[in-house]
Design a protein around this ligand. Structure first.
Ligand SMILES: [Zn+2]
Length: 191
């Protein structure tokens, strides 16, 4: 089995540490004052491939279905999905930094993807490595949130991969992440 709890926890600890530096001026990443914490729990009763940011005792962690841990075998894809979930908790903060307002539904999903892709790149996962992992796992990766209202907001998997590629192109052009995010959402007609 390729779901290794200790490995995932370590990767998400690194993810939140980098997000602290990048988006929170060194403070603890939080959503409206509630901290995002390295708490990853498995819901054995959820029979879908699913992952969600969830309030646990100590803050917001991530609840994944058991099926997710079985079906998404690629470890980079696993880290990306959990990063997307933590990214939801960071969206308001990141939108402010990027000068984005009044975005909803699908734009929030794109932003969560791009936060995750950006922090993964800071963790040393090369963009083409991430894209390869997502291509392999996209059937499952992009069907998460299946039992949630939000499911309807998720753009198609191929589109989501292409936005990640576009982010890289814009950043290679010398833009910071908030600038690139603004430009990309402008291109999509969201900003
Ligand atoms: Zn989402």
């Amino acid at each position: 089995m390729s779901w290794k709890p200790a490995y995932i926890r370590e990767q998400m600890r690194r993810f939140l540490a980098l997000a602290s530096k990048e988006f929170y001026g060194g403070g603890t990443p939080n959503w409206d004052g509630t901290n995002l914490v390295v708490d990853i729990q498995i819901d054995e009763n959820d029979m879908t491939v699913n992952a969600n940011l969830s309030p646990f005792g100590g803050g917001y962690g991530v609840l994944v279905s058991e099926l997710f841990t079985l079906m998404v075998e690629d470890q980079i894809a696993q880290v990306f999905v959990l990063g997307h979930e933590y990214g939801h908790g960071m969206t308001e903060t990141v939108m402010q930094a990027a000068g984005l307002t009044n975005l909803s539904g699908p734009a929030h999903e794109v932003i969560a993807d791009l936060i995750s892709a950006y922090i993964l790149s800071r963790m040393g996962i090369a963009p083409d490595q991430l894209v390869r992992a997502l291509e392999t796992a996209k059937e499952h990766v992009f069907n998460t949130h299946a039992n949630q209202q939000q499911a309807g907001h998720h753009p198609e998997g191929d589109d989501r991969i292409s936005y990640i590629q576009t982010l890289n192109v814009i950043m290679e052009g010398g833009h910071t992440f908030p600038q690139a995010l603004f430009l990309l959402l402008e291109q999509l007609g969201c900003s």
